[in-house]
Design a protein around this ligand. Structure first.
Ligand SMILES: [Mn+2]
Length: 356
């Protein structure tokens, strides 16, 4: 079962903890030594930044699927390093990146170092609410250019997975897998929390990787069999046919799903039940039209169901994982701690400008 890491950073002793956790995550992802060092460097920079500019925050580490969905048999795990804070925010994120770039000599080089070191980089800041910085480190330093590659689909997915109370495992898990022109996004919330919940949700991930071609309702039935000897899970499946511009959705249990079209949000409804224990006999699939102004959010019940989308969720440019982390940050505060594992995953169109 993949681990997750949450490192609160409120004094300088925790910078080392963030670096050590990044090294562990990178080793678990099977990264080469120089990319392990890159992950450690990025985590150190982001943790230092939290103390310098935001009065602290937290570093979240996770092994994730690539943002542009890969085929189910391509097991690429990237190390995702995220810094989330409730600080004052950055008035000019472009300038923050430039400043970092201009002082590259030391460990204090900042965000510019992260931008240049990471395979993916994302940043979103809302003055008065805080900042999310995301960097992903891939197993390979460069994209594989050998052999024919399928044309990437114009959608991307990303998320965050935060364990309850800094635990080693999250009972939530998600996967985004491509098959032909279809992308299947699944989020599972294993019953309860801790390792046994994680076992149920990671069994769901494995099943989806092996059968992403199944329509959502059929996939839920397949999952019901696969999770039978686990605690069971709440599961939502969204499948996007990119060519047809259609999104199909089905869910069982308490996984939240909201679709944004332009400025308006619509909830997608799951049926009551537990995948692996009690599957409803009737599993209706909802169909929605998917256009370039759409964005889909799936989340476990660690996120309050009444969360309100902030500026990041209405901005087409941030990486989906950055949007997901912004949603979690805006729904929580030190005075309002979460009471369960929390996973949020976002599916969004790729920006039309290839340079962004
Ligand atoms: Mn839960």
């Amino acid at each position: 079962m993949p681990r997750v890491w949450e490192v609160p950073v409120h004094d300088s002793t925790r910078v080392r903890d963030a670096r050590v956790a990044a090294g562990s995550a990178a080793r678990q992802a099977g990264l080469a030594e120089h990319r392990i060092a890159a992950a450690e460097l990025v985590a150190t920079e982001l943790a230092t930044n939290l103390l310098k500019h935001a009065g602290g925050g937290r570093i979240l580490l996770d092994l994730v699927d690539p943002p542009v969905p890969a085929y189910g048999d391509e097991r690429i795990a990237m190390v995702q390093i995220m810094a989330v804070d409730h600080g004052p925010g950055m008035p000019d994120t472009a300038a923050a990146l430039r400043d970092g770039y201009s002082t590259t000599a030391s460990l204090g080089a900042g965000l510019g170092t992260c931008l240049r070191t990471a395979d993916d980089f994302g940043l979103h800041s809302t003055p008065g609410r805080g900042t999310v910085v995301m960097a992903r480190i891939a197993p390979r330093p460069n994209r594989d250019t050998t052999g024919p590659r399928p044309v990437p689909l114009p959608v991307r997915a990303g998320g965050v997975n935060i364990p309850l109370a800094g635990a080693e495992f999250s009972g939530d898990a998600w996967a985004c897998v491509r098959t032909g022109d279809r992308v299947t996004l699944m989020l599972a919330d294993g019953l309860g929390h801790g390792p046994l919940a994680a076992r149920a949700s990671s069994a769901a991930v494995e099943t989806v990787r092996c059968a992403p071609h199944l329509p959502p309702a059929d996939l839920l039935r397949r999952l019901n069999g696969a999770l039978r000897d686990t605690r069971g899970a709440a599961v939502a499946v969204a499948q996007l046919d990119v060519t047809a511009g259609k999104l199909h959705f089905a869910g069982v249990g308490n996984v939240g799903a909201r679709l944004r079209r332009g400025d308006s949000w619509q909830g997608l409804v799951s049926r009551p039940g537990i995948v692996g224990a009690h599957l409803p006999t009737h599993l209706p699939q909802q169909q929605q039209t998917w256009t370039d102004d759409c964005l889909l959010v799936l989340h476990s019940d660690g996120l309050p169901s009444r969360w309100s989308p902030g500026p990041a969720a209405h901005d087409p440019s941030p990486d989906p994982a950055v949007i997901a982390a912004s949603i979690v940050r805006d729904a929580s505060s030190p005075a309002r701690p979460v009471r369960d594992d929390t996973a949020v995953v976002v599916l969004s169109p790729c920006p039309s400008d290839p340079s962004s």
